[in-house]
Design a binder for this molecule. Structure first.
Ligand SMILES: Nc1ncnc2c1ncn2[C@@H]1O[C@H](COP(=O)(O)OP(=O)(O)O)[C@@H](O)[C@H]1O
Ligand SMILES: [Mg+2]
Length: 351
């Protein structure tokens, strides 16, 4: 069997391969002078090949970066080991970008370091996605914890109401019934019966109220528009904040999940209006556009500043956004200090 050595690849072809790599690639001698660089590298420096070859990073990059590159070259050469690290530094157009860099020592047959090769990959987009993912996970965790607390609080309140209201009323009814057994004269009977009937009927009301707090049955019974009308009536009665409600004919009916989401979003918005806005009026409006339904809740109150608007730890606002997204919609809030707040939810119409 005969061995043939592969033909040597001409320099121009090697350069062509190098230029084909979108990452920045370079080769330096043992004194950190560039001896070979590819197009991506040249673009990143903003210099010409002539200005690069034969020069050290100190002469090419801004001082701090140049020093940093010299240090990592030295570290690779002394340890005779490949080094891989992520770094943030100015990219081709000057703005900071993230790079994943690998530097490897070139070692000859005697074990001497004759230079280094390096490759740097732009990972700014990946970094951005990682950060967004981390943030959105943190938000979900927070939202989850918040929902848990809200659920616990709700249970506590319901259990208290069950105990205090229903429990007490039923006990009173029981006592009343027992006392009837001892009553002899008819007039006292009639009296007691009347008061027991009153007590029973108010107990039924409390039971209804409790049930409708748990789940707005009115939503199932009457549909979204009537349920919201009822909510707004009692909102105005309670807060003295006037309201307008527009729900044009022909708005297609929503599925139960979407109705519930929209109902809860209006509910949370109204709570915010009464708690934070100092408004005198709120307008809740449904509009049908070409391929979507637009729900808006607009108040004429204080509004809020930019910082409050950033929803990082605003769980009411985050909750509304999550509810919108969960039913395939889009959530948007606009507000200016002193100029009121407007919340919009867009639900796309199915084909
Ligand atoms: N309609 C509004 N008018 C003025 N400020 C508002 C309004 N809605 C919300 N805000 C502001 O945004 C913040 C965040 O709201 P939210 O996430 O619902 O949390 P919370 O109501 O528990 O404070 C409120 O604390 C308030 O400062
Ligand atoms: Mg709130």
């Amino acid at each position: 069997m005969s061995r043939t050595t592969p033909p040597a690849i001409p320099d121009s072809l090697q350069q062509a391969i190098l230029n084909h790599i979108p990452d920045q690639a370079w080769l330096k001698d043992q004194n950190s002078r560039y001896i070979l660089v590819n197009d991506a590298f040249i673009a990143a420096t903003g210099r010409t090949v002539k200005e690069i070859l034969g020069h050290t990073p100190m002469e090419i990059w801004p001082e701090e970066m140049g020093q940093h590159f010299m240090e990592t070259d030295r570290a690779v050469a002394t340890k005779k080991k490949r080094l891989r690290y992520e770094e943030e530094r100015p990219g081709p157009s000057g703005e900071l970008r993230w790079y994943d860099t690998i530097k490897t020592p070139l070692i000859d047959s005697e074990g001497n370091v004759t230079g280094t090769v390096g490759i740097s990959r732009d990972i700014t987009d990946r970094k951005k996605m990682e950060r967004e993912l981390r943030e959105s996970r943190a938000q979900l965790r927070e939202l989850n914890a918040y929902l848990q607390t809200v659920r616990e609080e709700e249970r506590r309140r319901i259990s208290r109401e069950l105990h205090d209201e229903l429990g007490q009323s039923l006990t009173a009814i029981q006592l009343g019934l027992e006392s009837l057994e001892d009553r002899k004269d008819e007039a006292a009977w009639v009296d007691s019966l009347a008061s027991l009937k009153r007590l029973t009927s108010s107990t039924i009301s409390s039971a209804h109220k409790l049930a409708s707090d748990l789940r707005p049955t009115i939503l199932d019974d009457l549909g979204l528009s009537s349920a919201l009308e009822w909510m707004l009536e009692s909102f105005t009665a309670r807060t003295r904040i006037k309201h307008e409600f527009h729900f044009p004919e022909g708005i297609p009916s929503f599925d139960s999940e979407t109705s519930t989401a929209l109902f809860r979003i209006v509910q949370e918005s109204l709570t915010n209006v009464s708690r934070h806005s100092n408004a005198t009026q709120v307008v809740v409006e449904f509009q049908q556009n070409e391929n979507e339904i637009l729900l808006s809740i607009t108040d004429n109150g204080n509004g809020m500043d930019e910082q409050t608007l950033t929803p990082s730890n605003r769980l009411g606002l985050i909750g509304m956004r999550e509810r919108s997204v969960m039913v395939g919609g889009q959530f948007n809030i606009t507000s200016r200090a002193g100029a009121g707040t407007r919340i919009e939810v867009r639900i796309p119409l199915m084909e």
